[in-house]
Ligand binder design. Sequence first.
Ligand SMILES: NC(=O)c1ccc[n+]([C@@H]2O[C@H](COP(=O)([O-])OP(=O)(O)OC[C@H]3O[C@@H](n4cnc5c(N)ncnc54)[C@H](O)[C@@H]3O)[C@@H](O)[C@H]2O)c1
Length: 408
Amino acid sequence: MPIPKKLVIVGGCGHVGLPLGIVFANRGINVVLLDLDRTKIDMVNSGRMPFMERSAEELLRAVVGATLTATDDSFCLHDANVAIAVVGTPVDEHLNPTVTEVYRSVDSVIDRLPENALLVLRSTVYPGVTKLVYERVQNRGRRIHVAFCPERIAEGKAMEEISALPQIISAFEAEALQRARDLFAVVNDELIELSPLEAELAKLFTNSWRYLNFAVSNQFYSIAESYGLDFYRIYDAVTRRYPRMKSFARAGFAAGPCLLKDTLQLSAFFGNHFFLGHAAMLVNEGLPNFVVAQLRQSSLGDKTVAILGMAFKGDSDDKRESLAYKLRKLLLLESREVLCSDPYVRDENLVALEEAVRRADIVIFGAPHSVYQSLEIPPDKQVVDVWGFWQKQQAPEEAFAVAGHHTL
Ligand SMILES: NC(=O)c1ccc[n+]([C@@H]2O[C@H](COP(=O)([O-])OP(=O)(O)OC[C@H]3O[C@@H](n4cnc5c(N)ncnc54)[C@H](O)[C@@H]3O)[C@@H](O)[C@H]2O)c1
């Protein structure tokens, strides 16, 4: 089976590019990570991960300087057989998808790649972008094969999921598709072939589905808690040995760089008629507001509030689009003082965990880091745990007693 002699990952030091590069390099492929961020490049070249990703550093060390290097020099593209582009694809300030950045990075790749190279788009893109890139290649008179093969990993689980999840591949031409097959067969034993537009939608459906799923739980959480009920007693009752509720997620701040953005991309594609997506956005983005509204009953103006966990998800150092920061903003307007803490996030405004807990009247878990799971919090403090994870390793009877902490 033909495997690439040299694979360049554009955006290669990011959350998607770096784990992917590490996996390919561990399979013996010569990988170059092309990035703009010098700090990340230097860290990677010295065998250190620039962000948390389980098991990644060990695997990085096994290949760095041998089959894997990082650089900011785009000359590395000139003899690459394959380039995989995974630069970010944010929505703009009006929450609309934008292709300017994608074009900019893709154009420079198209101009530098040799003839007959394969260009794989791996970022989540607005539907139709693969076709536009394909046409851009033709218009520039280049013979470069274009494929769209979306990434579907969850941060923190990348090293296992890159190989374990089936890989969706798509292209307009048979040869490009065959090259994509050959490439991903190196790391993956199940490939699913779709047309590019189907593949683009498949990725947006995946993230929107997850975002909607969280919204259902967050809405049910708000309903239960607004009646003074413990949502997780009901959650446990309806999920225990009841298969049809298997996909019922726990409540929590549904945030991060992908889910909302991709729901908005799908909505834009459907002429802003994705009503469920918009409703999900109101519910998920409104959860911090709901928490603050509930706390108003506890004369919030006289209270010091601690937010524990500023990352967008548990056991992560990624604070991109984290709702813990939105919560902080809301509380700054209404409480006496807000103290934020996180063992992993880099932010000079954070305080130590011990200080946050000691000085707070109210403790809110912003992210369910497992180090907080058995945290001791004095019983005179009010605790808000939308995730339902704190002290949940206890027997159910004990967990119910925790409701005395006014767990929201
Ligand atoms: N984070 C996830 O879990 C995840 C999962 C699946 C898909 N995605 C998608 O993957 C894409 C990338 O997301 P990410 O989380 O890895 O972003 P990221 O910000 O972590 O990584 C992007 C990297 O690209 C670099 N970069 C930006 N412009 C560049 C350029 N012109 N040339 C070279 N490097 C450049 C940045 O310095 C950064 O290191 C997005 O489209 C995202 O939606 C992300």
